[in-house]
Write a protein that binds this ligand. Structure first.
Ligand code: NDP
Length: 292
């Protein structure tokens, strides 16, 4: 029997992929080219390679074209800027991402801000951040968009709810707080971070608790209100003696909070699959604009 407490990100992401695939097929039927997403991968960070591989696989699964520009670890800022310039001007590429983190000798912000905003499907340029802030159409960052879409499609209403967001990073905590407090989502939002005092007292007031702090199984039952909805963004590989050698946990101690919550996203299978499908969503938007 289906567990009604679980917010099934994998299932919702599959549904969204089918919708996107149908739109891509309709474009092809009209004689238009498939949306094309590119990724720039600098160096050989294992997690980054895994993320880029799964983005490529997801593109193919919905009929989109994908390409990866791989640069060695020792590449200079100039080398990366040259690729960015090429991608900005190549009409065949609808959108692209620069996989983070970049090697430490490269100024990440300089690279990101060099991406043409109309191709910035990660929504990281100042232009898109500004548009998000004032509620204008833009490319919304993938994980926050994925969280809002997941809540909407799982019938979790945000209007008038007190949402507590743990974490204020530029890619998750801050944008999800902005998006939830805007008209349409209409939540009342509190943001917590590492300097927040009386953290437990605040998180216990949350109707919806969104956790993006990068601390394995940090959130325990005593931090959660009875009947709260919990969204766990964290992803951590924990070494163990299993065949795989590890298992995945989130920022929330799932077993500890399970009895208390009304709904919860599992890790894996919650927010993670939504992040990738949101990137496909943005790439489709870019392609539609380019083919008008
Ligand atoms: P960052 O490390 O950039 O930010 C963490 C934030 O959490 C900071 O604002 C920090 O506060 C705050 N924080 C850290 N410890 C505490 C604490 N004990 N109490 C309250 N706040 C705390 O992380 P990201 O936002 O990039 O990622 C968060 C998690 O989400 C990671 O596990 C990451 O792997 C995962 N992730 C998952 C994605 C997905 O698709 N599922 C996508 C992106 C990230 P301060 O600002 O004061 O330092």
């Amino acid at each position: 029997m289906a567990d009604n407490k679980i917010i099934d990100g994998k299932l919702v992401a599959e549904t969204m992929k089918k919708e996107i695939a149908a739109e891509v097929a309709a474009m092809l039927d009209k004689g238009l080219s498939a949306p094309h997403l590119a990724a720039v991968l600098v160096g050989d960070d294992g997690a980054s390679i895994t993320y880029v591989n799964s983005k490529e696989k997801a593109c193919r699964s919905v009929g989109m074209t994908s390409s990866v520009y791989r640069l060695p670890e020792k590449s200079t800022e100039e080398d990366v800027l040259k690729i960015v310039d090429f991608l900005n001007n190549d009409d065949e590429i609808d959108g692209y991402i620069v996989q983070l983190p970049l090697p430490s000798h490269i100024n990440e912000n300089k690279i990101i801000q060099s991406i043409k905003p109309t191709k910035d499907v990660d929504g990281f340029t100042l232009h898109n951040i500004g548009l998000m802030q004032i509620g204008e159409p833009c490319y919304l960052p993938a994980t926050p968009f994925g969280i809002l879409e997941l809540l909407k499609r799982s019938n979790v209403k945000t209007e008038g709810k007190h949402v507590v967001v743990m974490g204020r990073s530029n890619i998750v905590g801050t944008p999800v707080s902005v998006m939830l407090s805007r008209k349409g989502a209409d939540a009342t939002v509190t943001i917590c971070h590492s300097k927040t005092q009386n953290l437990k007292e605040i998180t216990r007031q949350a109707d919806i608790l969104i956790v993006a702090i990068g601390q394995p199984e940090f959130v325990k039952a005593d931090m959660v209100k009875d009947g709260a909805v919990v969204v766990d963004v964290g992803i951590h590989r924990i070494k163990d003696n299993s065949e795989k050698g590890y298992h995945i946990v989130g920022d929330v101690d799932y077993k500890d909070v399970y009895e208390k919550v009304s709904k919860i996203t599992p890790v894996p299978g919650g927010v993670g699959p939504m992040t990738i499908v949101s990137l496909l969503h943005n790439t489709l938007l870019a392609a539609k604009k380019n083919r008008k």
